[in-house]
Design a binder for this molecule. Structure first.
Ligand code: NAD
Length: 436
């Protein structure tokens, strides 16, 4: 099939690569010229393991191409995917201005039937709005060109984006015509058994509900971790015991310093904003976001209590991205930590395998090192922020003599507490108080 994808960010590029790899003809459109120039040179605009090699192959075999001009490419498409960003406005509402702008362009440029599929995460009711915008633009042109509007939310995880796009757990498709349903079945033919067809409104809600539920699991275990520290229980064991129950499952029950990234914080806020608009409060989700907003501070208070005073203390910050295997720092807990440390006049040396360039743009004055060992030199404490394999598997025997004080605060419970204590570290994790 001929597919045009509008928005060559994380979702658009990954989706484009996955479809092109199945043999579809894909054009990726983005208004960011620099991004499109890079893609032309087979350079991914973000880090995702293994994806750049596939990008090269697909460009070479002619299945994938790029452009900054939707008007020039739109005629080629049977299916148009909208994958532009939907960031939060200051009041938490999803900013739909780019989605709406793209819908307007589609209404202006199409000459024959198109399927318009929204992959961006959008609040319930956006599908109807998009339909109206396209119809409105067609009416201005005095045209009655048929089109179908669909919702096909994306569930990929950064760091595993390509795998998820190629092996999705489920494909949710909201559509309201038989023609669109058959075309989507043909597009996703190999994944037939995994497709759930719903109404557009249900598909839109499924995406928000899924992210809100995962965020709930995270905040639940994080809040419980705080109680475990007071009761002397070990949250790692508690989560293991809970997770063995198949109704609960072990995933998203790792206590830590809270969720970040481009989706959970924004999508929970957008769902809460929708609930407010509809005057139907979501009390559980309100608590979920509150726990998340306070989790870094709760952790940093532990650091401050242990070190006495943070002023002039040298802190090695290991890991900056919101999770491993990505260079994405959006809403990363590391940023809140840096703010806290700077407010308390601490001196920071930071290291991350992929995220340092992005953080440097926000905090140019802190020190960045090209190895984790250099960050540890003369540090009063190591803070493990992101559980990169490279950081977990440091030679901790080599790190210890570099430090001024042997404190390790493990924000992800990624290290083995008793091993660290045996090595002579003063170790603090989340939700467990290891005895020496
Ligand atoms: N990143 C994820 O892990 C993820 C997962 C699932 C769903 N989503 C959702 O998918 C959507 C996109 O997320 P993302 O992370 O890919 O965003 P992104 O910021 O990485 O990409 C958006 C892209 O759209 C481009 N763009 C902006 N205006 C445009 C226009 N008028 N025409 C063409 N391109 C334009 C931007 O230049 C950018 O490259 C969001 O709604 C997000 O919530 C993201």
């Amino acid at each position: 099939m001929n597919i045009v994808i509008i928005g060559a960010g994380y979702v658009g590029t990954t989706t484009g690569i996955a479809f092109a790899n199945q043999g579809h003809q894909v054009v990726l459109i983005d208004t960011d010229e620099d991004k499109i120039n890079k893609l032309h040179q087979s350079i991914l605009p973000f880090y995702e393991d293994g994806m750049e090699e596939l990008l090269k192959q697909l460009i070479a075999n002619g299945n994938l191409s790029f452009s900054t001009c939707l008007e020039e490419k739109i005629d080629q498409a049977q299916i148009l995917f909208i994958t532009v960003g939907t960031p939060s406005l200051p009041n938490g509402v999803a900013n739909l201005s780019t989605v709406e702008h793209v819908a307007r362009q589609i209404g202006r440029f199409i000459k024959d039937y198109k399927m318009v599929v929204v992959k961006s995460t959008v609040p319930v009711g956006t599908g109807d709005k998009i339909k109206e915008i396209i119809k409105d633009e067609l009416a201005k042109r005095k045209q009655e060109i048929p089109f179908d509007q669909l919702s096909n939310p994306e569930f990929l995880r950064e760091g595993k984006a390509l795998y998820d796009a190629m092996h999705p757990d489920r494909i949710v498709i909201g559509c309201d015509t038989e023609k669109a349903r058959l075309m989507m079945k043909a597009l996703y033919k190999e994944e037939d058994a995994k497709i759930l067809f719903t109404t557009i409104k249900d598909a839109e809600m499924i995406k928000y509900a899924s992210n809100a539920f995962l965020a709930t699991k995270i905040s639940f275990i994080n809040e419980l971790a705080r109680l475990c520290e007071k009761t002397g229980s070990n949250v790692i064991e508690v989560a293991k015991g809970m997770g063995l129950d198949q109704r609960i499952g072990p995933q998203f029950l790792q206590a830590g310093i809270g969720y970040g990234g481009s989706c959970f914080p924004k999508d929970t806020q957008a769902l809460l904003a929708l609930a407010k608009e509809k005057e139907q409060p979501l009390h559980i989700l309100q608590a979920v976001t509150k726990v998340n907003q306070t989790q870094v501070e709760w952790f940093m208070e532990k650091v401050k209590k242990a070190l006495g005073n943070l002023s002039e203390k040298r802190i090695a910050l290991l890991g900056l991205t919101f999770k491993p295997q990505t260079d994405d720092i959006r809403e990363s807990s590391s940023l809140k930590m840096i703010d806290y440390l700077l407010k308390h006049n601490a001196m920071i040396k930071a290291y991350d395998p992929k995220g340092m360039d992005h953080v440097k743009k926000i905090y140019p004055s802190i020190t960045y090192t090209n190895t984790p060992y250099k960050a540890a030199v003369e540090a009063d404490a190591v803070l493990l922020v992101t559980e990169w394999k490279e950081i977990i598997e440091l030679d901790w025997n080599r790190v210890k003599p570099l430090l001024s004080q042997p404190y390790v605060f493990d924000g992800r419970n990624a290290l083995d507490a008793s091993t660290m204590i045996q090595m002579g570290y003063i170790y603090e994790g989340i939700g467990h108080r290891p005895s020496s």
